[in-house]
Design a protein around this ligand. Structure first.
Ligand code: SAH
Ligand code: MG
Length: 212
């Protein structure tokens, strides 16, 4: 199914296509085709003005959001892996969107605390084992009606297995991801859909109460 769906994809700008090829060749993680397509569609629906991304890598998804979001959208993106800083900065410069992208270098656990919201869209795409830990600050930063999209939540299918069926080294992530999904689904201030797209994503909208 995925191969067929992706075969219908018409691609992006030549700059983004090159960036994707380069990232793949260098084994830098970037969002999958299915998520790229979903984000592009979603940006056209929600038209977020203030966007926060956790997990920049070399800037592919941030540049994609600048390209396909509204022309005045502002994107703040966080990365803690030093080896990726200069490539991300170079990519932002060459994309022509450096003036709309704020690149924050450091641990998101610390940086999130210092940020001020509200953000219309928060894209969570960092270390899966930390999403739960980031959640209180993420929700503080999300404005009313704001949307939190999280990537890689189904852990390549592991998340549905019992903890004993999961390799020992993945068990902590397994436990935390299950808790994260539980929180997103049970928080009365959120309306969340878990979608088996790509590596699994969630889309959560911040609502006024459990009812609207
Ligand atoms: N969104 C990017 C891909 C991000 S890959 C894209 O599609 O182009 C995930 C990134 O999150 C990695 O580069 C990793 O170094 C970073 N990361 C993981 N934990 C982090 C943390 N605690 N703070 C900041 N960045 C983190
Ligand atoms: Mg990811």
């Amino acid at each position: 199914m995925n191969a067929y769906i992706n075969s219908l994809d018409t691609g992006h700008t030549p700059f983004l296509e090159r960036l994707e090829q380069k990232a793949k060749a260098d084994r830098v993680p970037i969002i999958r085709r299915e998520m790229q397509s979903f984000l592009k569609m979603f940006l056209a629906v929600q038209k977020p003005e203030r966007i926060l991304e956790v997990g920049t890598a070399v800037g592919f998804s941030a540049i994609l959001m600048a390209e396909y979001g509204r022309p005045d959208a502002r994107i703040t993106t966080i990365e803690n892996y030093e080896k990726r800083f200069s490539t991300a900065e170079k990519n932002f410069r060459e994309s022509g969107y450096a003036d709309r992208i704020t690149f924050l270098k450091g641990d998101a656990a610390e940086i999130l605390k210092a940020l001020e919201g509200p953000y219309d869209l928060i894209f969570m795409d960092a270390a899966k084992g930390q999403y739960l830990h980031f959640l209180p600050e993420t929700l503080r930063l999300l404005g009313p009606g704001g949307v939190l999209i999280s990537d890689n939540v189904l852990q390549d299918g592991d998340v549905i297995e019992s903890r004993f069926a999961v390799e020992r080294r993945n068990r902590t992530i397994h436990k935390r991801m299950r808790e994260y999904l539980y929180e997103l689904k049970h928080d009365p201030g959120l309306r969340t859909s878990i979608i088996p797209l790509g590596d699994g994503i969630t889309v959560s909208v911040k609502v006024e109460s459990g009812r609207d």
